[in-house]
Design a protein around this ligand. Sequence first.
Ligand code: GCV
Length: 646
Amino acid sequence: MFAKLWLDDVVDNNGTVVTNNGFDTGNVVYINTVKELTTRKAVSGLKVVLTKASDAGLSDEGYEIKKSGDSYEILANNERALIYGAFRFISLIRLNKDITAAVREVPVSPLRMLNHWDNMDNSIERGYSGESFLFKDNDIVIDDRTVYYARLLASVGYNGVVINNVNVKDAACDLINERFIEKVSKLSAIFDSYGVKMYMCLNYAAPIDDPEVGSADPLDEKVIKWWEKKMDYIYEHVPTLGGFLVKADSEGRPGPFTYGRTQAEGANMLGRAIKPHGGIILWRCFVYNCRQDWRDTSTDRARAAYDYFNTLDGEFEDNVIIQVKNGPVDFQVREPVSPLFGAMPRTNEMIEFQIAQEYTGQQRHVCYLIPWFKEVLSFDIYARDAKSDDTTVLGVVTGKTYKNKLCGICAVTNTGNDYNWTGHDLAAANLYGLGRLAFDPSLSSEDIAGEWIKLTLSDDPKVVSNVTKILMMSWPAYEKYSAPLGIGWMVHPADHYGPDPDGYEYSVWGTYHKATCKTVGLERNSTGTGYAGQYNKPLCDIYEDPATTPDELELFFHKLPYDYVLKSGKTVIQHIYDAHFEGAEDVVVMNGLWQELKGLVPDDAFERVTKRFEHQLSHSEYWRDVINSYFYRKTLIPDEKGRALY
Ligand code: GCV
């Protein structure tokens, strides 16, 4: 294994940038001087020795950085962890941290992954930062940016990347075939050189197209043999591949249901085929009926993942991980935590977040999601049959609760070929933040924001303070001016951008709020769809009753009259009005904080973010007025503060 550090960072003792060094195989790997980037001054005389250790406490991915004589030593058990340690060392210097004190860090989450929804024609499903840098014209792109990207992932602590969209169509079906296999192999080797395992999405129905097979039934011997042979072929060419992510029986994707088989039967067939090669199968639980009749009141999309999967606990192969979205529906700005995290003690589980801001402003609005992710991870899901006293979501997905090793944290990524990778410069805080959070969930959202700001924009105290404030205000602000109290889905169908309160109301997608002139919200307790009953005690009791349900989820769980008084003391309708006015005002404050930074952050970043704020200012007002007017027109209840409603 080998990898290059950030070339800028590695200078020789004369301060000259060394362009082609970094790691090499061997025990003591390199000695160099590290340039301190924030002030662009060389920190002279820093000798760094990378040493392969044999230290069980560091396990596979941990490292130790310590001062040893007049040099620094980075120790780890393998090259991959040495890479993490070296990047950490550089960032400690850039952050002006005391590097004379020893640092010993082991990542908490076993898998720390990004999922690309990139298509081979160069488009990105729900992508908001330009086009794909991995694919173009139905081909794989390998260029400098590929290496920068692999390096970027390693520098933040990610150890896995899924390169293509879960909706596998057209040319992407050939990623496992002769047409692309050599390029797949090259791409995977680049990621591997930075300690990042590459994964791909596959088309579950692939063997149907083979006239000798003509089926995708996971129990059919011919299908089983087809996949075994296919995996042999793939690994012969791509020995560094981590495995596959599969979306089956969802939104038109084929799957085992077609043959009357369970999700476990489908996943296990692939799990067994890939096992001899050390690969893993990530199997998504985003399985639901997307052709629902809106008149049907018995079906509740929120129930679907749990209903399909919870009875399968213990049936999955040990190299299969089920990948569960953080909430039961689909990455809304507020949802309860998926009850599946509390229900599968004998199954490997991975949590899927979305840093692509599909429903949270599409990287045109600033929305720092790390506080939300921290809330989800630290949530006590009262995981059943726990083997430790940690019954939180974090415990489940990091292996603490059930003592399993295959589990982790991933997110649908927010990157594209835009110059700044993430469209909105401040959206990069989510890319950085998720990696850091998965590595060390004890970091606070403010710590992570502060690190990112210093490493990216400036370590000027005003910049750190203002941008931290902006980031920390941004998710609550978005929640305030968009759909209220956990109800979700008041967006334009299809592109999911901007307010459209009834856009999904009479559609097939199972996403309804059922607002009338008297009530709003869905009854999901035992008198309704029974969804609340999917949680372990005491959560099922808490969500059963509006009196104990947290305010922010009231309309997700309950149909309430507009004059229902929330725990905040406000009525539902007054909460809606107040939140929407406040949310739009918060954007004015955030923009003001940003404007104070002219001349303190790089000019181009200042201009780009200013442009995005111009849009967010008017778009948040639009959200405010559409949602408030919608409810005013339904109820004719005036705002008690007399503000304008239309
Ligand atoms: C990749 C949502 C998105 C789809 C996405 C799907 C999924 O429905 O709108 O674009 O498809 O989630 O997670 O598979």
